[in-house]
Design a protein around this ligand. Structure first.
Ligand code: 5GP
Ligand code: MN
Length: 336
């Protein structure tokens, strides 16, 4: 939190602030953005949260959801706000490639930039830096930022629930290796400050549509490939599956974890055919760094044990490329 005093000095008069986060926002992206949003408005700043594209229904409960500007739907309004801003907060991403079509306007804005993120190898060079790859979630960094800025009493129930959602999901419900005692102390504070943990987890995890559950059964029965020698398991999801099961954005979230949960499996993937591109998610247990793998072969990145990327090839070609890489890269790395 080395730049906290500089940020406080800069924000000592009301400013025009835009908060943004990565495309296909998840609970940490949206929760940290809205948590920070609710904090900053308390000081009289004009704050707008802009997302590059839409997010799943199960995040719409978040306080402030109705205030969020979707760049894909309101590009002109969003461009004007970004060009006119004094300060642009970049949350939960650290390379402008992660904000898709917003890249152009965001990377050219005259606004100062504050970076709050926990992904490896940051590309953005900010004026105010709150990057820390040891953090479990950007929401944890926002908690620390607020705590250092004006103390935890500035955290109301809305902020507490947004931040709790980000920490809960980015730690895999307090299961990932990133789950430190500090994380537990942080969420304990958030609960004391009003976060209703049962409400948040119900909204995020227990709001399945029947179609989504039927799809889960279908995917587990028909779509899961396992290579026991390489210790890799992966799903291939076609566009037709989205139509057959009337899936919505976010309905494939978490599926990859079922592949990783198979006893003996060390690397898991899901390859999803989307309208405009093929999206890949990777997970691993132990040493195999999926962020490096995603970066090298699929134009992506992320964390050592959870990463993602994309492919411009067809679904079949992407699957073949991945299968070849299992032999060439994943198996070799393990045998070494
Ligand atoms: P998920 O698989 O849940 O979409 O993402 C897992 C992790 O990888 C997250 O930290 C996410 O930010 C990162 N990630 C996902 N997709 C991409 C991508 O296309 N590029 C980069 N650089 N990171 C990604
Ligand atoms: Mn995150």
């Amino acid at each position: 939190m080395q730049d906290i005093q500089a940020l406080k000095d800069y924000l000592n008069t009301p400013k025009k602030i835009v908060i943004t986060t990565h495309a296909n926002p998840d609970a940490d992206a949206l929760g940290s953005s809205l948590g920070l949003h609710h904090f900053l408005v308390q000081f009289g700043h004009k704050v707008t949260t802009i997302v590059p594209n839409s997010y799943p229904d199960f995040l719409e409960w978040m306080p402030g959801n109705h205030l969020v500007v979707n760049y894909e739907k309101s590009q002109d309004v969003a461009d004007a706000l970004i060009n006119d801003a004094d300060l642009l907060f970049c949350l939960d991403f650290s390379g402008f490639g992660r904000i898709k079509r917003m890249k152009e306007v965001a990377s050219n804005t005259p606004a100062k930039i504050a970076l709050v993120d926990h992904h490896l190898n940051p590309e953005i060079i900010p004026d105010f830096n709150f990057w820390n790859d040891k953090s479990a979630a950007t929401a944890e960094l926002i908690y620390d930022l607020i705590n250092n800025y004006s103390g935890k009493d500035s955290i109301n129930q809305d902020i507490a629930e947004c931040l709790y959602a980000g920490i809960m999901t980015d730690t895999g419900s307090f299961k990932h290796p990133s789950t430190t005692s500090k994380i537990h102390r942080t969420v304990a504070e958030l609960i004391d400050l009003g976060a209703d943990v049962n409400k948040v987890s119900r909204f995020i995890y227990d709001t399945n549509s029947l179609e989504r559950l039927r799809f889960l059964g279908h995917a587990l029965a028909q779509k899961l490939e396992v290579d026991e020698i390489a210790r890799v398991a992966y799903f291939i999801i076609e566009e037709g599956d989205f139509k057959d099961f009337r899936l919505k954005q976010g309905d494939t979230e978490g599926l990859v974890n079922y592949a990783l949960s198979i006893k003996g499996i060390a690397v898991a993937a899901i390859i999803i055919e989307r309208e405009k591109e093929i999206k890949l998610s990777f997970r691993s247990i132990g040493d195999f760094a999926v962020n490096k793998f995603a970066e090298e072969y699929f134009n992506g990145g992320g964390h050592k044990n959870a990463a993602g990327g994309s492919s411009d090839l067809s679904l079949k070609e992407t699957e073949q490329k991945f299968k070849d890489l299992i032999e060439k890269d994943i198996l070799n790395t393990r045998i070494k």
